[in-house]
Design a protein. Structure first.
Length: 375
């Protein structure tokens, strides 16, 4: 079976976890601090907060804004459920915007038509390993005085050009690259099992605002800026992690550059192997963004038959995201039909791209698809 998700676990993970156990300090400690420092080095963020998962990270960011009940938050329709469910859980209203047919990122041209007097924030989601048009998102946010929470779950290690050229490409100046998650008021990454680096479950919040950091710290740490005191300055909850999780995360982050190289090589191999199949179309990667592939997404017109052919050969598949506006508990928040998001779900199949995918595996996948279309 060629499976969809396979974390890359090496000797360093065992070494770090053993050291954490030997220290008998299992709550946040040495490795949690080390993880935060490593994320700071990667992103250049002033403040880093680990959380149990990306979902809670997004929720905390929204709660920290103290927005009036039922304030509206713009979010892409093509994303994982947590992007929208956190908005609802925070007592706010999600407003869904369709995406671009090529990049699958939020359609900049459709954001402003959804903004009302109740709109208070935008949550751009950087899907499938590359960035949305975050420069334009920030221009819109500034124009309308909106907060920005970047759902950067799938893009740890990915930077974006702050000064694109007139043709939409990166300006080519590496000093103009900024890590995704650093453009808005907050950025939130996922360290779930299928992400570029993982600690099983986990998330990371980054911000450059000291006041935002302190508000988040109060919310995640029982209303205290620091553990060890029994004087609580605010109402908060326990959204901390363990040092065992952080130990795995530290070892994983150390392999990020290798994973980035491997995934891009695998992506290139997929393109070379499948480009001759006319019935398949591919995602276009933003020219201003770096890229760490999350999956290998393809578009086909006969999705059920394609998935059946692949599964019969032991190749595990996944469909694209089901549109948020069509989700049963979220339909009440939507009054429009988002054509591209629906089209992506109807035609999109994800192929695996983790470290254990070999050239032989890709050859088998390509052969299966070629044979399928010869029928």
């Amino acid at each position: 079976m060629i499976i969809q998700v396979q974390p890359l676990i090496g000797n360093k993970e065992y070494e770090y976890v053993k050291d954490a156990l030997d220290r008998s300090w299992l709550s946040e400690g040495k490795y949690t601090q080390m993880l935060c420092e490593k994320i700071q080095q990667i992103t250049d963020a002033k403040y880093v907060l680990p959380v149990p998962n990306c979902t809670l990270g997004l929720f905390l960011c929204l709660k920290s804004l103290d927005l009036p009940a039922n304030s509206e938050v713009i979010v892409t329709d093509f994303t994982f459920f947590a992007s929208a469910s956190t908005i609802v859980s925070a007592g706010l209203k999600p407003v869904f915007v369709d995406v671009c047919k090529d990049t699958f990122q939020i359609d900049i041209n459709k954001i402003e038509e959804k903004i009302t007097k109740n709109t208070k924030a935008i949550m751009p989601v950087h899907v499938y390993g590359h960035g949305s048009d975050i420069n334009e998102v920030m221009k819109i946010a500034k124009k309308h005085n909106l907060k920005v929470i970047e759902d950067a779950a799938q893009v740890l290690g990915v930077s974006y050009c702050t000064h694109g050229s007139s043709d939409g490409n990166c300006c080519g100046d590496t000093s103009k690259m900024k890590h995704l998650g650093m453009f808005g008021d907050f950025g939130v990454f996922s360290l779930y099992a299928d992400k570029t680096v993982t600690m099983g479950e986990g998330g990371i919040i980054i911000t450059n605002s000291k006041s935002s950091y302190e508000k988040l710290q109060l919310l995640r740490n029982q209303g205290r800026l620091n553990s060890g005191t029994f004087i609580h300055d605010a109402i908060g909850m326990n959204f901390r992690i363990t040092d065992l999780q952080a130990a795995v995360g530290c070892a994983q982050v150390d392999t990020l550059s290798d994973i980035k190289l491997q995934r891009n090589e695998t992506y290139k191999k997929y393109l070379e192997s499948l480009s001759s199949i006319d019935e398949i179309s591919f995602m276009k990667v933003s020219a201003q963004s770096e890229f760490i592939p999350f999956r290998f997404p393809i578009m086909v017109n006969d999705i059920d038959d394609v998935m059946k052919s692949l599964e019969e050969k032991g190749i595990q598949t996944r469909r694209f995201f089901y549109p948020m506006s069509m989700q049963p508990p979220l339909k009440k928040f939507s009054s429009s039909f988002n054509k591209i998001s629906n089209r992506l779900y109807e035609k999109g199949v994800c192929l695996p791209i983790h470290a254990d995918i070999s050239a032989d595996d890709i050859d088998l996948i390509a052969k299966t698809l070629k044979d399928h279309y010869k029928k």
